[in-house]
Structure formats: C-alpha cells, structure tokens
Design a protein around this ligand. Structure first.
Ligand SMILES: Cc1cc2nc3c(=O)[nH]c(=O)nc-3n(C[C@H](O)[C@H](O)[C@H](O)COP(=O)(O)OP(=O)(O)OC[C@H]3O[C@@H](n4cnc5c(N)ncnc54)[C@H](O)[C@@H]3O)c2cc1C
Length: 238
C-alpha cells in the first residue's frame, strides 16, 4: 500500500476550534479539493511568522479517512514560531496547507498483524486517526496503544480513546502518567515491564511517535524485545 500524497498548496478554512487539554488546541479545517488520507499521514501548514517570513511545520491528522474535513491537535509552545499563531486562529480564518503527506508512518487496517502504537503526548494524534478508522470499519486486529504524558490534561483525546477501547474488545489502551497524583493507572516512564504484554504478539507492527527523546527511548526498549526492525516505524515530532 502506497498512500496518495498531494504537494499542491491550498487555502484551508478553520471551521472548528476546540480545547483538547492544557496547551492543546484542536483545529478542524475544510480543505478545498481534499479527497481523503491514510491514517498516520500529516499535513504541512505554512504560516507567515511575526518576523515576516514563511515557516512550514507539520501536523498529523487526527480525523479518520471517512471524515471530509481535517482535524489537527496542536501543542502550544509559547516561544514557538508557529504553534502560538495556530492557537490564535479563529473560525473563518484561512491558512495555507498541503497534504496529505507521508508514506511510511501509515496504517490503513488492511494488514492482519497486531498493532502496537506507543505515543508521547501529542504523538497520540496519528493513532487517533487509526483508531477512529478501526472503529468505523469495525476492524478486529489486536491494537495496543500505550500513551505517555505528564498528566491527563496533557494527553489529548484520552476520554474518547478510553471509551472506544471499552467497546472494541481487541483494543487495549494504556495511558501512563509521569507526574499526576490523581491518576490511579500506570505511572512513570514507559518501560520494559509496562510493555511486557506485547511480548506475546506475533510479528506486531510497531509505531512510535513523539518527541525525539521519547521515540529514541522507546525504540531502544522495543528493539531489545527482538521484534523485526522492518516492522518498527517511527515519527519524530521535531
Ligand atoms: C511529521 C510530523 C508531525 C507532527 N505532528 C504534530 C502534531 O500533530 N501536533 C503537534 O503539536 N506537533 C506536531 N509536530 C511538531 C510541529 O511540526 C512543530 O514542530 C511544533 O508545533 C513546534 O513548532 P513551533 O514553530 O511552535 O515551535 P518552534 O519554534 O519549532 O520551537 C519552539 C520551542 O519549543 C521546543 N519544541 C518544539 N517542538 C517540541 C517538542 N515536540 N517537544 C519538546 N520541545 C519542543 C523547541 O526546542 C523550541 O525551544 C509534528 C512534526 C512532524 C515532523
């Protein structure tokens, strides 16, 4: 499966803005001529910065392929070039985008192998698209999602994925909080003990997404488990 990409810029319209947590903004875009995407793909966003030049940044798509609009989850870095500008957009504002893009970090549900998805913070975004697609198609593969954040407010979509996992018996969602005294689930960094339940899986497709340090840490763990490196895919949110 080679996903389609579109490298032409177009002017998208912001049609919805939501609060997805602490310093997390959801933007729904209507993109003229948008056809569909494969879960895991992202779009390029081009913004004129305060200094007057254009900056291009990538944002994973959290909406599923059957959705006609494109949903993003943006983490706001106060000293960042682009994310504060995206935070300040309102319904009706326009911005230049192109996509869908990305051919490697994708999953369309056609493979029968189990999936292990491991996310740091907003790294959950492409997996939300995958799981919404999974639910829409009533898929049956084992799908494990481990998601790490400092606390529940910093993990977007946590309630939605919890209820999806309750309904879909083959979906296991393991949120892990590093600094959350109110959390009664797993705490601390993702480690080999937490991941041991995936050792029973045969040839899983492993997807890891988040900051560079998070992805490098988790890749080390997973490689030590002996899974085929051909089945390990990474997305660095840099
Ligand atoms: C394929 C891909 C998909 C992506 N998808 C998403 C997404 O769905 N949602 C999202 O919010 N971002 C995503 N990103 C990251 C996004 O493209 C920007 O890098 C991010 O929004 C920061 O941009 P900025 O211009 O606001 O900050 P910058 O001006 O680039 O950086 C500002 C400050 O924040 C720090 N910083 C930037 N990013 C991080 C980070 N991830 N962790 C820790 N510190 C950081 C920088 O070191 C710097 O100090 C993705 C990146 C890639 C490559």
């Amino acid at each position: 499966m080679i996903p389609s990409q579109n490298f032409e810029w177009s002017e998208a319209n912001v049609v919805e803005k939501t609060n997805l947590g602490e310093r997390l903004v959801g933007l729904r875009l209507c993109v003229p001529g948008w056809v569909t995407h494969t879960p895991g793909q992202y779009i390029d966003v081009r913004i004129k910065t305060q200094k007057g030049y254009n900056a291009v940044k990538q944002y994973s798509i959290s909406s599923p392929p059957h959705d006609q609009s494109v949903e993003l989850c943006v983490e706001i870095f106060e000293n960042g070039e682009v994310s504060p500008i995206l935070r300040d957009l309102n319904i009706g504002n326009k911005l230049d985008v192109r996509g869908p893009l990305g051919v490697h970090f994708v999953w369309d549900g056609s493979a029968s192998e189990p999936v292990v998805a491991i996310a740091g913070g907003t790294g959950i975004t492409p997996f939300v698209s995958m799981l919404r697609h999974y639910e829409h198609r009533a898929l049956r593969q084992d799908f494990f999602l481990f998601a790490s954040a400092q606390n529940q407010k910093k993990l977007p979509y946590i309630s939605e994925i919890m209820s999806l996992a309750k309904k879909a018996t083959a979906v296991t969602f393991v949120p892990v909080m590093t600094r959350d005294s109110t959390w009664d689930g797993p705490k601390g960094r993702i480690d080999a003990v937490l991941l041991r339940q995936i050792l029973k899986l045969k040839n899983p497709l492993v997807y890891i997404c988040g900051s560079t340090s998070f992805v490098e840490h988790v890749v080390d763990l997973v490689v030590k488990f002996g899974f085929s490196q051909n089945n390990i895919r990474t997305e660095f949110f840099i």
